[in-house]
Design a protein around this ligand. Structure first.
Ligand code: ZN
Length: 322
């Protein structure tokens, strides 16, 4: 049953402006176990998948409770040392997971959409970038502000035009949450300098992970994920927004698989403790050091899967057209 405070809306494919869809699956919110059933459909013309019907922009907040993951564990302290010892720099070079990888650019002006508590802003500021952010969660945005960064609190849709254009816009795991990605991306396109760059990461529904786990795939996250991209459909959405896709970097991580396995364990009701440990392992910082070690241990496997484009998330670079 749908909670009374949630309203649904049905929207056509944003590329083709029509309803000509096939149903892919029906699922529920597994992240917080909130009520409601949701359907993922695929447009027959362009293949873009979306959650439809979906909660309206005004009522979707119900599915973002206060303990929503991304706001929780991006804590930065002002005095945090960003200068890593040489040995760590070398291992970082060897193990490139592609999570927040950027084109090599000289420092300039950067905007981060969905900057949470500001850890990435902080990292880039330390590398000489002039950084600004947009963040929907007031609490997270206040933390980023307390570090001294200019952060607009609210959605991208209502964020005001910047005083100066940017060289680079980044949005890590954001695009899939937008009600109108073409509107948002077009807005961002007008905010970068000619030849400016966009770097985004999104789940990849074209991956083997999704084919295996289907509605139990951790990165599906309905109903907060409104669009479900693969490299091809993301490229089309970018093209409709004035961007040209330049590169796809498949992540070299398998955390989604661990979390998806935990959902399956939960479904068959075997070992609930193991199930919640697995989800904590892959989605929180509780087992940070173990996770670091394991992700390096299985790096050859995740590297190989990423070469074949089969891991669950991807980072995409695009350049402003004109
Ligand atoms: Zn379409």
């Amino acid at each position: 049953m749908l909670p009374t405070q949630v309203q649904l809306e049905s929207k056509p494919c944003p590329i083709c402006s029509k309803f000509d869809d096939e149903v892919i699956l029906t699922g529920r919110d597994r992240l917080h176990n909130l009520p409601g059933k949701f359907t993922v459909v695929r447009c027959r013309s362009c293949s873009l998948m979306r959650t439809n019907p979906r909660p309206t922009p005004e009522t979707i907040g119900y599915y973002y409770p206060d303990d929503y993951g991304p706001y929780q564990f991006t804590k930065v302290s002002k005095n945090e040392k960003q200068n890593l010892p040489l040995s760590q720099k070398i291992t970082q070079r060897i193990f490139e997971f592609n999570e927040r990888r950027l084109p090599s650019l000289p420092p300039g002006r950067m905007l981060e959409v969905g900057c949470a508590s500001g850890d990435f802003l902080h990292k880039m500021a330390n590398q000489g970038w002039e950084v600004e952010g947009i963040e929907f969660s007031e609490k997270a945005a206040q933390t980023a502000r307390s570090l001294g960064y200019k952060v607009h609190i609210g959605s991208l849709e209502i964020a005001p035009k910047p005083e100066q254009k940017y060289d680079l816009v980044v949005a890590w795991m954001v695009l899939e949450h937008l009600h109108d990605p073409i509107l948002g991306l077009t807005k961002l396109q007008s905010w970068v300098k000619p030849g400016g760059w966009l770097a985004v990461s999104v789940p990849n529904i074209g991956s083997l992970e999704f084919k295996i786990f289907k509605d139990a795939w951790y990165a599906l996250q309905i109903p907060t994920h409104l669009y479900h991209y693969n490299p091809n459909t993301l490229s089309q959405v970018l093209e409709h927004s004035g961007w040209k896709m330049e590169k796809v970097l498949h992540h070299r991580l398998l955390d989604n698989i661990i979390a998806s396995l935990s959902y399956l364990l939960k479904d068959i009701n075997i070992n609930p403790q193991l199930s919640s440990k697995l989800i904590d392992y892959s989605t929180t910082n509780k087992y940070k050091y173990l996770k670091h070690r394991i992700s390096r241990l299985i790096y050859p496997l995740s590297f190989t899967l990423s070469l074949c484009g089969q891991t669950g998330r991807m980072t995409v670079w695009a350049k402003r057209v004109n």
